[in-house]
Design a protein around this ligand. Sequence first.
Ligand SMILES: Cc1cc2nc3c(=O)[nH]c(=O)nc-3n(C[C@H](O)[C@H](O)[C@H](O)COP(=O)(O)OP(=O)(O)OC[C@H]3O[C@@H](n4cnc5c(N)ncnc54)[C@H](O)[C@@H]3O)c2cc1C
Length: 459
Amino acid sequence: MERIDIENLAARIEGPVLLPGQEGFDEERTGFNLAVRHSPEVIVGAVCAEDVATAVAFAAAHGLPVTVQNTGHGFSVAGKGGLLVTTRRMDTVRVAPETHSAHVAAGARFEQVIPEAARHGLAPLNGSAPHVGVVSYTLGGGLALLGRSHGWAADRVLAMDVVTADGRLRHVTPDAEPELYWALLGGRDNFGIVTGMEFSLVPVARLYGGGLFFDAGQVPGILEAYGRWTATVPDEMNSSVALIPFPDDPQVPEPMRGRHVWHVRIAFTGSAEDGERLVEPLRQVGPRLLENLRDMPYEQSADIHDDPPVPMPWAADDAFLTDPDGDTVRTILKHAGPGAALPAIVELRHLGGALARRPAHPNAVGQRGARFMLAVLIPLTGDSEVDAHAFLGCMFKDLEPWTSGRFLNFMGHGGTADQERTRTAYTADDHRRLTALKATYDPRNIFRHNYNIPPHSTR
Ligand SMILES: Cc1cc2nc3c(=O)[nH]c(=O)nc-3n(C[C@H](O)[C@H](O)[C@H](O)COP(=O)(O)OP(=O)(O)OC[C@H]3O[C@@H](n4cnc5c(N)ncnc54)[C@H](O)[C@@H]3O)c2cc1C
């Protein structure tokens, strides 16, 4: 790439165009997960869909791979070289109460959509953390707080605008471009950069939610009890449980400080009375360190998980669990329970309900039959002798008898992403169809700095 090429590009882009070493370059490529550091040859800070289209067409003409980043919450593959498009400036949000829908631009976050929708008694199908980007979360499936009640966020997408590898901006709906619609929802950044998305909202204004906190040392049976309890609850009951090793730090609330804590999270869309009755068996398991269950406006639902908003480096991986039993629990605890070599945060989310149903308009989000999604996250402090990727590899290898593929939004790359790992996010048939569509929409695989679906022509 010549300097003149970059000057020509910058002249056609409304947002900033940054080169390594320039002021703002490092800030622009840094996202929430500090362990993912893209090192592109050039960054385009897009402010509109036309900027994205110009950037992709430029990259295609110069044979450069294209990477995209919004908030950087992704468990992403760091792109080396090529062109990085950042979308955080494209953050418009419009809620249409008359159609119970919302339209967001590529950089919008759920913390913008939630209050806007709440003004009309509506809610998006956001996940645990409101500072996550709406578009990428949804393209990856979107495992929502209310997933068992209302399904995957991807299942509610009405339309998308996407810039494909040829630099074309296309309007995609289930009718207008059914194949691309199917592939984008699940195939995420393999098929282009989505510049805008329209999706339906759910009529939820309040819920009964919060958490129950147990000392893992005093109440060791909570994971088994939680597994039994989930088999008895209705679809209105959405829940997860996390094992969190809290540091011995004055900033941590006193009852949790320095302990391994089981945090059971509840988001029940029925009445507070029914919610109280349904969680009673969990209370019977043992004494709680703390409890904050209450009737709450949906706007406060971020309190349920209380995910940290501060950027940090971490490694992670996940798997769907089909039929976990006592041995699964023992295997999880052997690796990540009290005394583990690394401070692993283990999370088990209850699936089923609407998550197991087929959407009105099919998409590539797979593994709908699993009972749970297991995610393990390890903050990287730099002072451990144990390699986090090796730790995760070993743990998930031991869990193989009960696992059935991965979920894209929590998938880790084990240090080196490979296409085999990506394949596990889909059924074999869907993966075959995705590789054929990749050959149609991105035959040169310019979107390859990701969990990659290789182009494979069946013709
Ligand atoms: C604290 C925390 C809580 C989370 N909770 C949930 C949860 O409850 N449920 C759930 O499903 N997921 C959850 N996630 C995962 C999260 O949804 C995904 O990591 C999501 O991809 C993040 O999107 P982002 O735009 O914020 O991050 P980014 O890192 O900017 O994007 C992630 C990936 O998406 C791709 N991408 C970004 N923008 C676009 C675009 N416009 N077009 C195409 N591809 C794009 C990029 O290639 C990038 O690698 C959580 C993550 C964190 C860190």
